[in-house]
Write a protein that binds this ligand. Sequence first.
Ligand code: NAD
Length: 293
Amino acid sequence: MAQTIRKIGIVGAGQMGNGIAHVCSLAGMPVVMHDASADRMKAALATISGNMARDVSRQRLKDEDRQTALKRISTVDSFEGLSDCDLVIEAATEKEEVKRKIFTDLCPALKPEALVATNTSSISITRLAASTDRPEKFIGIHFMNPVPRMELVEVIRGIATNDATFETSKAFVLKLGKRIAVSEDFPAFIVNRILLPMINEAIYTLYEGVGNVEAIDTAMRLGAHHPMGPLELADFIGLDTCLSVMQVLHEGLADSKYRPCPLLVKYVEAGWLGRKAQRGFYDYRGEKPVPTR
Ligand code: NAD
């Protein structure tokens, strides 16, 4: 039987965590956010408030609804603050050891019936579930970026996920007004299995000198009608996240067609992680983004 989800916990208040908090609070659910960094939690609250204000100015949201939604969001500095949540969604950095440590430390603080979800873009749900005390209550709920704008959420069962957790998670996603694609638990699921190799190929195209940043993005925007060029999109996703997904595909499927482009590795090593670092395939420090190659 599906459970009722009233209160949501979110671990990781980066770009995805704040987007998930945004949509849950607008759907009427109280949200508690936790991040290892107090600054990130402060920034997340400011981002959510700013994004909702933009929706008010575009008449997509009433100001009174914005104010009520913002009051539903709070932050806590330890996992104990998530003890009364019905569902906790992990949206921390895309590194398996980081996520495993979070689940090991988080679960003892939760009530026994609480569901635990991960927003991972690529890591095995079954493997992450094994680092919790409740694999049957563990599931992948994979939101797309930017969460308030994107219609789709992928729902992924691990081998042990029970039917009640699956049904409850689907009902939760529908309550947010999103559509669902159910994916089997294979590396990177559906959207990223298709999207990230395309982005990686765009980076190879740049690496091999077939075109520069502007030519590649213009080609795919105008020649394939993509709303964003692949390099612009890579900067938007975060180059560290792109690299992690390619590594998971490469290792998980053992096929050389998923080999991460050395240029992507180099950008990540330089700390040029895209928009969030103000520099990636474009430099965002000036008024207009300028290609870095
Ligand atoms: P991000 O770098 O913006 O945010 C990650 C946050 O996790 C940071 O605020 C960091 O301080 C926090 N964090 C790291 N270790 C922590 C810990 N031990 N405890 C608590 N907080 C911790 O990254 P993001 O883009 O928001 O990605 C988060 C997750 O969502 C990843 O698993 C990523 O794969 C997934 N995801 C990302 C996208 C995207 O387009 N960026 C889309 C879908 C899913």
